[in-house]
Design a protein around this ligand. Structure first.
Ligand code: PLP
Length: 468
């Protein structure tokens, strides 16, 4: 190949577009994208030549086509990728939280590809309300009088606060100082209050809030009393908090509503599956809460959604608030939520069918067996710079659910023997299906809880790409 030194010697765009290697690319990506890619490659080469660059510039049409192909593949590759979550956190907010049950997947596909009765009453042919599709099911599962759905729990809290404080003079919402939490991202209770137009009245101290603190704060300006679930932290030691029932009684004595932001919101007593206790939505309502908000994609195991349950009159008031229209869910969310909720009607089968519960309850011995099978495969791929050992580890439920509780698990612990762990962690993220582990305590931990058996072969196959 003759070496070229000046941009004028580069092949013309048209010439590259006629090259035989380009024809399959044209079939796949179309002429416009191919032309753009070829222009970009030639432009890059021109810059390099003008900058005095020489070898190893490959400027013949076939090499330009090859470079263009790489650009096209990158440009057309999805940015939202499936990954292996070996982080040890099952409901990982940054990895999309709950994995949906198959019934939900099927329903979403249906709703994406065919018209549905989203807001259409099939009985009388008139206009319907999208909440009606699942309100009865939610009420049955929680004992609530009424329910409405929005995009996520943050939206649910915003909407509830806005609806309860937008009418009349009563704008104050009383919350314990120990519950003024930041959930992550920009969700902080005091900020949400302000945005909703409510006035926050803090009572008690960080570690102790008494019934009398709530009682003394109630005034003619109070709109509601609120409790917030301490999702992602625990206050221990010299502590005191008023119970839901106590706060509800104080609210009701003054004719005010009591609202609870439950966060995770489980529908069943998880102890039935050997998991730690977490208060259910039904129990919270039974304690006297008038409105309860919770997420669809935390312990519930469904799609991202915010569910508001409670008194009929209050839910009606919420649904009339203009924010409800802005925060409403789309049909795909409803399609996924309905079959997920229906799984709860048969608790005996729940752990088999609800993916998140299946992951929470995987026996440690399963992960241990996987660790023993995968250890030699990974060790061989990594060579002598690292040492791979099967090791017991602790998974977390995640997403602020049961923050101090954890699940005994098993996985692979990678220690360094001259290799650099942070580089290995990055290489794992660059695999065709990226592997997300956890660097901790001078080791890289791969928790196998979320690697179900059906995916183990796919995981093992790509490990050979790690070979140095
Ligand atoms: C997670 C959580 C939220 C936010 O819920 P999203 O569904 O993530 O919007 C709000 N409050 C509490 C107590 C939570 O745990």
């Amino acid at each position: 190949m003759p070496e070229i030194t000046h941009p004028s010697q580069l092949p013309a765009v048209d010439k590259v577009l006629q090259a035989p290697g380009l024809q399959p690319l044209r079939q796949t990506y179309g002429l416009e994208a191919c032309t753009q890619a070829v222009r970009e490659v030639l432009g890059g080469l021109r810059q390099q030549l003008l900058g005095g660059g020489k070898a190893p510039l490959l400027t013949d049409p076939a090499s330009v086509v090859q470079a263009a192909q790489q650009r096209l593949q990158q440009r057309f590759a999805p940015r939202l990728r499936t990954v292996f979550n070996l982080s040890g956190t099952v409901l990982h907010t940054n990895l999309g939280r709950a994995l949906l049950p198959q019934a939900a997947v099927d329903a979403v596909v249906q709703a994406m590809t065919a018209p549905v009765n989203l807001e259409y009453d099939l009985e009388d042919g008139g206009r319907g309300d999208r909440d009606d599709l699942i309100e009865a099911l939610i009420c049955e599962l929680t004992g609530a009088e009424a329910a409405t759905i929005v995009n996520n729990n943050a939206a649910a809290v915003l909407l509830v606060l806005s609806a309860l404080t937008s009418a009349g003079e009563r704008r104050e919402v009383i919350v314990s100082r120990g519950e003024l939490v930041e959930i992550g991202g920009a969700f902080r209770i005091p900020d949400v209050m302000t945005r909703a137009g409510a006035r926050l009245v803090e009572v008690g101290t960080t570690n102790r809030t008494h019934e009398s603190d709530y009682r003394q704060a109630v005034s003619g300006n109070t709109a509601a009393l609120m409790k917030v679930h301490c999702s992602n932290y625990a206050i221990t030691g010299f502590t005191k908090a008023a119970s839901d029932a106590q706060v509800a009684r104080i609210a009701h004595d003054s004719g005010l509503p009591m609202i609870v932001d439950l966060g995770s919101g489980t529908l069943v007593d998880l102890r039935a599956w050997g998991l730690p206790y977490e208060v259910t939505v039904r129990e919270t309502l039974e304690s006297g809460a008038d409105l309860v908000t919770f997420s669809g994609d935390k312990l519930l195991g469904g799609p991202q959604a915010g569910i508001i349950v409670g008194k009929k009159t209050l839910i009606a008031q919420i649904k009339q608030n203009p924010l409800k229209r802005a925060l409403r869910v789309g049909k795909l969310t409803l399609a996924a939520l309905e079959p997920t909720l229906r799984l709860y009607l048969n608790p005996e089968k729940l752990a088999g069918q609800l993916t998140t519960l299946r992951l929470f309850t995987r026996p440690q011995a399963d992960m241990q067996a996987q660790a023993l099978q995968l250890q030699p495969v990974l060790q061989q791929a990594l060579g002598t710079a690292f040492v791979v050992e099967p090791a017991p580890m602790i998974s977390q439920i995640g997403s602020g659910a049961l923050p101090v509780e954890s699940l005994p698990s098993f996985g692979l612990r990678i220690g360094n023997q001259g290799g650099k762990l942070s580089r290995l962690e990055a290489r794992l993220r660059q695999l065709p299906r990226p592997v997300i582990g956890r660097l901790h305590d001078d080791a890289l931990w791969l928790d196998l809880r979320c690697l179900e058996e059906a995916m183990q072969a796919t995981f093992a196959e790509q490990l050979s790409l790690l070979k140095p």
